[in-house]
Design a protein around this ligand. Structure first.
Ligand code: URA
Length: 441
């Protein structure tokens, strides 16, 4: 007799391990619609409660990855490498590291997402560049990738369709926060891009999806082990998201910051974004075996930045994806911010000891810089420029940051929310370490 859903559910309910055949039966049933939602949901809850071993996680990822189209760029001879971040506030490294890595000889097929909730999305940020198109056909994506070294587009319906269905069920059954389910969801979509190697940026802190550091470390370890088991060289950095990354939070403001970095116009506020982007990029080059040591990879990436090669690569990508390449020369003109710039003042003198980064993200989302439903439109010009960071000193009346809003009527509530997101104490505190740990296979 063939497999029955209730037998698979029972095995996981009782704490057993599922076989490859049972996992494939489940994922296939979800993809074809032959598995009833109540049975899928019961199995999701059993996985949530009893977990999965490393080999079950790899088998689940593999089955979900093969539930749809797996891209094949084997005709492009360069190593294919990507980065995935678990998301945060002001997290804009993709726009910097993709051209850096492409300028150093790797191929970066980047399939990105949209922002939802308090976090921003790479696709939305790119769309603040006039004319930039993220809806590419696969044929266009391949041509741009081959010619320029990196291409950016959104998820297609053909990639990992099982994830789409499972994610909706997880959302409705309070089973989103299970590490095996998160790992299979993230990795099935990333690995569908036909990668040789992957570097993960797993965030922890107040603006991260997993704010607790131990949870984030467990997630990073599970992601790394699963990627390697699926035949893709994978490593992860555990990085700080206890405050916005860099200065800008928003769309046009974040793209401006990326272009300033690529133009070598770096001020103190943007230094953390630059540092993290350079390190992730160097690790992408090292893990792709383009350089034999991390030190050599760091030097190569640094040279791609200072020589302007990465900026040129970015310019060529913008042009190829329909955007105005002059954005590289005049970012302030082509990426306008809203006309109202409002100072968010500190009400007291002291040291910044903590920041609720997610609340800053939500404040910007609430004035048009984010969406609550996937179909909502984004206002690219609204945003926030953080002027102070954890460990810094502020005086009463000094700016914590600058808020950009479309209507002055929005300013008071949003700036109150941002002000309340800062914890200001009497004792100095040290700045959090940006890169907390490296997790390798
Ligand atoms: N991102 C995903 O794509 N899936 C998850 O389950 C969580 C974060």
């Amino acid at each position: 007799m063939g497999l029955r859903p209730q037998d698979v559910i029972r095995r996981k309910r009782d704490g057993g391990s599922l076989s490859r055949e049972e996992i494939a039966f489940f994922v296939d049933g979800v993809t074809r619609g032959s598995m009833a939602d109540y049975q899928s949901s019961a199995l999701l809850m059993a996985i949530y409660l009893n977990g999965m071993s490393a080999s079950e996680m790899a088998m689940l990822t593999d089955a979900m990855l093969h539930s749809g189209e797996v891209l094949n760029f084997s005709d492009i001879s360069k190593p294919k490498v990507d980065k995935h971040s678990t998301g945060g506030v002001g997290d804009k490294t993709s726009l910097i590291l993709a051209p850096l890595v492409a300028a150093c000889g790797a191929s970066v097929p980047m399939i990105s997402g949209r922002g939802l909730g308090h976090t921003g999305g790479t696709l939305d940020k790119l769309e603040s560049i006039p004319g930039y198109r993220v809806h590419l056909s696969l044929a266009e994506f391949r041509v741009i990738l081959d010619r320029i070294g990196f291409a950016m587009m959104g998820q297609t319906a053909e990639i990992a369709p099982a994830d789409k269905k499972l994610y909706a069920l997880r959302d409705a059954t309070a089973t989103v926060e299970a590490i095996p389910l998160i790992v299979a969801s993230i990795m099935s979509k990333k690995l569908a891009a036909g990668l040789d190697a992957l570097v993960l940026d797993v965030k922890t802190g107040s603006g991260a999806f997993m704010s607790n550091e131990d949870d984030a470390r467990n997630l990073a370890q599970a992601l790394v082990s699963t990627g390697n088991s699926c035949g893709v060289r994978t490593e992860a950095l555990l990085t700080d998201m206890s405050q916005p990354l860099g200065r800008g939070v928003g769309h046009a403001i974040e793209v401006r910051e990326c272009i300033e970095i690529l133009r070598n116009e770096v001020n103190q506020g943007v230094r953390p974004v630059m540092e993290l982007s350079l390190e992730l990029a160097a690790r992408m080059i090292a893990i792709s075996c383009i350089e034999s040591s991390l030190e050599a990879a760091r030097e190569k990436i640094q040279l791609a930045l200072t020589s302007g090669a990465a900026l040129e690569c970015f310019r060529r990508n913008v042009e190829a994806q329909g955007g105005d390449p002059a954005v590289c020369d005049e970012p302030a003109r082509l990426l306008p911010l809203t006309p109202h710039e409002v100072k968010v003042e500190s009400t007291r003198t002291g040291f910044i000891t903590g920041i609720n980064a997610a609340e800053i993200g939500r404040a910007i989302a609430s004035i048009g810089g984010g969406r609550t439903r996937i179909e909502d439109a984004i206002d690219p010009g609204v945003g926030y420029a953080a002027e102070s960071r954890i460990g810094g000193e502020v005086k009463a009346g000094e700016a914590l940051g600058l808020l950009y809003c479309r209507e002055l009527g929005q300013a008071q509530t949003a700036s109150e929310r941002i002000r309340a997101a800062y914890i200001i104490g009497d004792e100095p505190t040290s700045a959090p370490r940006l890169i907390k740990e490296v997790i390798t296979a």
